[in-house]
Design a protein around this ligand. Structure first.
Ligand code: UD1
Ligand code: PEP
Length: 451
């Protein structure tokens, strides 16, 4: 752990321009979808992040030939040899990723069986997969959960089903989509997740030949088809990374332009950003400002000076305030005057990082109560899932250890906003979801270096 540390000299506003590429929470699923095609697929703007490396490795173990395309960030997937791949290597740990669970449907369609190693991902709650397993069984698969992972089989193929999610789980919705598209007959999914990344995955599957209807009130209907072909796709940009840099601009009283950021995917964040007192300008390549014909699309975020305002926010499924936006933004809330309230309703244990912020001088109290407009699944279940942030607090440097991906970025922002020199340990974890973040910090004028 000693070499995995970043020395951060705080107190300098971040100023400059960075670019976000394909969304971490879509690109990895698009890669899995390529397994379903009977011809090659091309995916553009793939960020160089750990989650992509893990899925690229797993695809390779399953016989998919993954090569770099001609454009920077382009990957080409050739699934021709999946049936002949030897799968004895598959007991590889999923590492840091949650994606392996999404291989179930595609492998069952291609091979009639599958082994899925245990899952990684952020430690922000139990993160059960009961909805996934229930759905797979409803499609006709047998699922045997063992200590080393999941053993699945569907010798007679998979058939469509009617399935209602108890909670609009993103992963479980993707599990159903990736399985239903080639199942025999129609599948109706109720209470589905409808995040932008889900809709983009549906666009990819539709390009491949799938028939998917997105009805109102979170109902998705999939007509199974016997075969799918490859796709060519440029994914939606990473709205979580964009929001993370926006929060960094606010916390350090800086000005950051995020090229590639898309307003439509970030509207709830933009509303909160403005309510806190941040300023932003959407730049649209299709509607360039007068006199700036060559303008690229993106969003400029800046701290206008003066004080920030405390706000009350509740994380929720889309179109609510995304849970992954919460951790970076809270650092900016420590700088706002008054009492801010955060009610985290998606994950049970996503506020642990606030202890580190308190060790830097922040004033954050966490509660088991639902401190929000709507009671959530965690009320009276002993989970500290609400926080009150009193500000403004002057942050001072500290030694920090990163517990998970977004808390990692939150610690980075806090170190940048604090006075003095902090040491952020376990910083490599940030590479799981933020491409070239150290280079981006340098581009934005941050004073941070490896010892
Ligand atoms: C790789 C990826 O895309 N990760 C995202 C995905 O995670 P992921 O797909 O794991 O998130 P889910 O939406 O499934 O999980 C949210 C909640 O659903 C419940 N649940 C989920 C599945 C299940 O089988 N049983 C169950 O009870 C849990 O309470 C969990 O806390 O969506 C989350 C919510 O937008 C994001 O924070 C993650 O960044
Ligand atoms: C929770 C996250 O990712 P994962 O689901 O991959 O752990 C995240 O991206 O904030």
């Amino acid at each position: 752990m000693t070499d995995d540390v970043l020395v951060v000299h705080g107190g300098t506003p971040l100023e400059g321009r960075i670019r976000v590429r394909g969304a971490k929470n879509l690109v990895s699923k698009a890669m899995v979808a390529a397994l379903l095609g009977d011809s090659p697929s091309r995916l553009f703007d793939v960020p160089k992040i750990r989650d992509v490396e893990v899925v690229r490795g797993l695809l390779g173990l399953h016989g998919v030939k993954v090569t770099d395309g001609t454009e920077d960030g382009e990957l080409v997937f050739d699934p021709a040899n999946v049936e002949s791949a030897s799968t004895d290597q598959i007991n590889v740990h999923a590492g840091s990723s949650r994606i392996p669970i999404l291989f179930c449907g595609p492998l069952l369609h291609r091979l009639g069986h599958a082994f899925i190693p245990d899952l990684g991902g952020c430690h922000i709650g139990p993160r059960p997969i009961d909805f996934h397993l229930q759905a797979l069984r409803e499609f006709g698969a047998t699922v045997d959960k063992r200590p080393e992972g999941l053993h699945l089989s569907a010798p007679n193929g998979l058939h469509g089903t009617k399935f209602a999610l108890p909670y609009p789980s993103v992963g479980a919705t993707e599990q159903v989509l990736l399985t239903a598209v080639m199942a025999e007959g129609v599948t109706e999914l109720r209470n589905a997740a409808v995040e932008p990344e889900i809709i983009d995955l549906i666009c990819i599957l539709q390009k491949m030949g799938a028939i998917i209807k997105v009805h109102t009130d979170r109902v998705i209907e999939i007509q199974g088809v016997p075969k799918l072909h490859g796709y060519t796709h440029r994914p939606i940009p990473d709205r979580i990374e964009a929001a993370s840099w926006a929060a960094a601009a606010l916390a350090t009283r800086g000005h950051v332009e995020v090229l590639g950021a898309q307003q439509a995917d970030m509207m709830t964040f933009l509303n909160i950003f403005r309510s806190v007192g941040g300023e932003y300008e959407v730049t649209d390549a299709r509607a360039p400002k007068l006199g700036d014909p060559g303008q690229e699309g993106g969003i400029r975020f800046w701290h206008p000076g003066g004080e920030l305002n405390a706000v009350a926010l509740e994380t929720d499924v889309h179109p609510g305030f995304m849970t992954d936006w919460q951790q970076p933004l809270v650092v900016a809330l420590t700088q706002a005057r008054g009492l801010s309230i955060v009610h985290e309703t998606v994950y049970e244990q996503r506020l642990g990082y606030t202890e580190a912020l308190n060790s830097m001088g922040a004033n954050i109290q966490v509660y088991r109560d639902c401190l929000g407009g709507t009671p959530c699944r965690f009320g009276r279940r002993n989970f500290k899932h609400s926080a009150v942030i009193a500000g403004p607090s002057k942050l001072h440097a500290a030694d920090l250890v990163i517990p998970d991906l977004r808390a990692g970025f939150s610690h980075l922002i806090a170190a940048l906003a604090a006075e003095g020199t902090s040491r952020v340990y376990g910083v490599d974890l940030i590479n799981r979801g933020y491409e070239d973040f150290e280079a981006k910090l340098a581009d934005l004028g941050a004073h941070a270096e490896r010892p």
